[in-house]
Design a protein around this ligand. Sequence first.
Ligand code: HEC
Ligand code: HEC
Ligand code: HEC
Ligand code: HEC
Ligand code: HEC
Ligand code: HEC
Ligand code: HEC
Ligand code: HEC
Ligand code: HEC
Ligand code: HEC
Ligand code: HEC
Ligand code: HEC
Length: 280
Amino acid sequence: MKKKVCSALALLLLGVIFAASTAFAAKVATVDIPVKAELYATAPAPLTPDQCAQCHTSVFGALKNAGGRHRFDCQQCHKTFHAYNPKKGNYDEIMPKCASCHTEIHGPANKDCSACHNPHSPGKVAMTPRLTNTCATCHPAQKEELVKFPSKHSKVSCDRCHTSHGYIPSCFNCHKPHYKDQPIETCGKCHPVHQPKSIHYPTSEPAQTCGSCHGKIFEKWKKTPSKHAKVNCATCHRDKHGYVPQCTECHKAPHPKSILDRFPKCLGCHLDVHDLPSMK
Ligand code: HEC
Ligand code: HEC
Ligand code: HEC
Ligand code: HEC
Ligand code: HEC
Ligand code: HEC
Ligand code: HEC
Ligand code: HEC
Ligand code: HEC
Ligand code: HEC
Ligand code: HEC
Ligand code: HEC
């Protein structure tokens, strides 16, 4: 009886094995792991920047904070990555090339892009000697101005004023105003900073500015009872520092020609333009 059961079980087992071996290929592994073909039905989505960032946190941080217009998919640049092989020394070969997306935007003198730009923080350009020695390759106009109009600023290096790239310094970093409370906005109007000795100003320039250096004339003019007290310094000495006007610019024909022919110098009689004496 026991034997019968045993052989029946053996037959059953053989049958199962037989069935299995006809349904599948011959078993080649020592373990059983069922196939799940559906897992391979769709193409994988490329890793997103935040997925790359799970390992490359600092690169992600740089792009996030200072990536500017480079904040797009990593793979737009890194077509090939995780392919560096020190034996092949292929690092440069697999790294993205600026030239695949950019031209020599600053001219041939500046084609070594990476000397100034980190691709992960492209807008932040550090004040390295590479940059400070070559300002004029990108800003020739300012350099030309400083050379063409020699002043003490021509001897000040660009980066002593522009201490970081694009920074505009205040005149008050290095100078005092001509008088207390003189507004900073006025400085550049008289002194174009790259040619500070080419002084120009409007006729409305406060007399106080002139008075800060020409104190005696300013005091005299302020107190004069004559009508020139109402005429601003800069109305007579217009536009250019040191310009001295002709009286006849404003007084066409104050006296008969016969008198002026004999006494051509107005100030021969009127004495002091800043404090005209009473003629009556
Ligand atoms: C896959 C293309 C691609 C590559 C490679 C690439 N860039 Fe760009 N870059 C761009 C695009 C697109 C912009 C935005 C242009 C625009 O808005 O006009 C840009 C903008 C920039 C900007 C301005 C950044 C800003 O935010 O104002 C700089 C600087 C720059 N790239 C430098 C570089 C340098 C240097 C390299 C090489 C190290 C490089 N790029 C590589 C595509 C690329
Ligand atoms: C605009 C193109 C551009 C984009 C976008 C960009 N990279 Fe890069 N990346 C480069 C270039 C060019 C280099 C080579 C820099 C070098 O040789 O100094 C580089 C170098 C690297 C390096 C190796 C050097 C290093 O700094 O560690 C890693 C890692 C890297 N990138 C990861 C990333 C990841 C991650 C992203 C997205 C989050 C990304 N990059 C986005 C252009 C890019
Ligand atoms: C699971 C972690 C991990 C992820 C995710 C990852 N990387 Fe990397 N990556 C590494 C490691 C590790 C290295 C080698 C060491 C190093 O350079 O930091 C490396 C190196 C690199 C390099 C330089 C060397 C080379 O062979 O290219 C680049 C570029 C790079 N990764 C880009 C990427 C980009 C782009 C992504 C997302 C698409 C990404 N990585 C996702 C771990 C990762
Ligand atoms: C000597 C340093 C230097 C070199 C080399 C250099 N750049 Fe620049 N680049 C700068 C500076 C500085 C800026 C201005 C950044 C700013 O706006 O503050 C700039 C700006 C840019 C801009 C943005 C321009 C804009 O109008 O918004 C791009 C794009 C750029 N560089 C790409 C490149 C590429 C590509 C190369 C290589 C062919 C390169 N740079 C080489 C210093 C450099
Ligand atoms: C590789 C080219 C390049 C170099 C080198 C360069 N710059 Fe620039 N610079 C630029 C670009 C591009 C801009 C932004 C566009 C613009 O306003 O002209 C800029 C902007 C500026 C601005 C701001 C302009 C404004 O109107 O706000 C100043 C200031 C400046 N640069 C000074 C310098 C100084 C100083 C140096 C040398 C230390 C220098 N740059 C070197 C390309 C350059
Ligand atoms: C004595 C300080 C000083 C020096 C030296 C100087 N700059 Fe400037 N720069 C300024 C100031 C201040 C401004 C802002 C002018 C304005 O707003 O009218 C300026 C403006 C600029 C600008 C913006 C455009 C413009 O002209 O307003 C550029 C570019 C520039 N400077 C480049 C240079 C370069 C390149 C050099 C060296 C060759 C240089 N600067 C030397 C103070 C200086
Ligand atoms: C980084 C410092 C610095 C800044 C910022 C600066 N200057 Fe100067 N400036 C100087 C130096 C240094 C001299 C020479 C002083 C001397 O030798 O007594 C000078 C001289 C001058 C002179 C006399 C020029 C000459 O040749 O006699 C004028 C005018 C002047 N600066 C105006 C300005 C104005 C206006 C501004 C702002 C737009 C300004 N400076 C910003 C450093 C600076
Ligand atoms: C109305 C025009 C005017 C204005 C506004 C003006 N300056 Fe002047 N500045 C002058 C004249 C004129 C001189 C003398 C030039 C000479 O000696 O030939 C001068 C000289 C200077 C000098 C050379 C040193 C000195 O004191 O003789 C500096 C520095 C200076 N100015 C800075 C400034 C600053 C900073 C401001 C803004 C607060 C400013 N200036 C506003 C007209 C002006
Ligand atoms: C920072 C001092 C300073 C300021 C501000 C200043 N001056 Fe002068 N000015 C001088 C000096 C120094 C001279 C003599 C050296 C020279 O000829 O440049 C002078 C000379 C003059 C002369 C005589 C030129 C000649 O040929 O004899 C006139 C006119 C003059 N200034 C008018 C003005 C007027 C108007 C203002 C105001 C808009 C003004 N100054 C502001 C310092 C200044
Ligand atoms: C009505 C026109 C007029 C006004 C207003 C005027 N000036 Fe004059 N200024 C002249 C004339 C004209 C001369 C030449 C006088 C001569 O040839 O002796 C002169 C000469 C000067 C001189 C050089 C000669 C000297 O005496 O040192 C200075 C400096 C001067 N003015 C500064 C000023 C100042 C500062 C103010 C304002 C406080 C001012 N002027 C207002 C017309 C004017
Ligand atoms: C920028 C114009 C201007 C210049 C230049 C000028 N003046 Fe005048 N002057 C005036 C004005 C405005 C008055 C006032 C007229 C009125 O209110 O009727 C005046 C008034 C006078 C008066 C009358 C004085 C009074 O108090 O009644 C005399 C005299 C005079 N000027 C002489 C001169 C002489 C001399 C010169 C040359 C050395 C001169 N002016 C240069 C504008 C000017
Ligand atoms: C010979 C001396 C003399 C000479 C030269 C002279 N003046 Fe006079 N001027 C006077 C006298 C005196 C008066 C006052 C008389 C009056 O109120 O009619 C006067 C008055 C004026 C007045 C005021 C007129 C009014 O209606 O209030 C002006 C303006 C004037 N002179 C300008 C000038 C000018 C400009 C010159 C040179 C071209 C000049 N003068 C040359 C003697 C002179």
